[in-house]
Ligand binder design. Structure first.
Ligand code: SF4
Ligand code: SF4
Length: 90
């Protein structure tokens, strides 16, 4: 059976795509459940889960965006079950 994979950038080869968009995601740390659903959906592999003292879930993690590669597509915001990600104008 095939299994999914989260592709990570080879930062030496990947073109930075962060300048393409005019919107940018922002996470509400009090709403993020730490589920990591958003991570594999990002087409730019720009989301990672990080420890954060402001996290309000038992993992102590929230999503974090690499704005050098985030192109502002909003997929992460659409798939977040907690509605924790909002898209804002840059
Ligand atoms: S999908 Fe939403 S709740 Fe889950 S880690 Fe991402 S931002 Fe947090
Ligand atoms: S807006 Fe698009 S590119 Fe940026 S983090 Fe979300 S899913 Fe990835």
């Amino acid at each position: 059976m095939e299994k999914g994979a989260v592709i990570k950038h080879d930062l030496k080869k990947a073109p930075k795509t962060g300048d393409w968009g005019y919107m940018s995601p922002k996470v509400d740390k009090s709403r993020c459940s730490g589920c990591a659903t958003c991570v594999p959906f990002c087409p730019e592999a720009a989301i990672s889960m990080v420890k954060d003292p402001e996290a309000k879930n038992n993992k102590g993690e929230v999503s974090s965006f690499d704005y050098d590669f985030c192109k502002g597509c909003g997929v992460c915001s659409d798939v977040c079950p907690m509605k924790a990600i909002t898209m804002q104008k840059k």
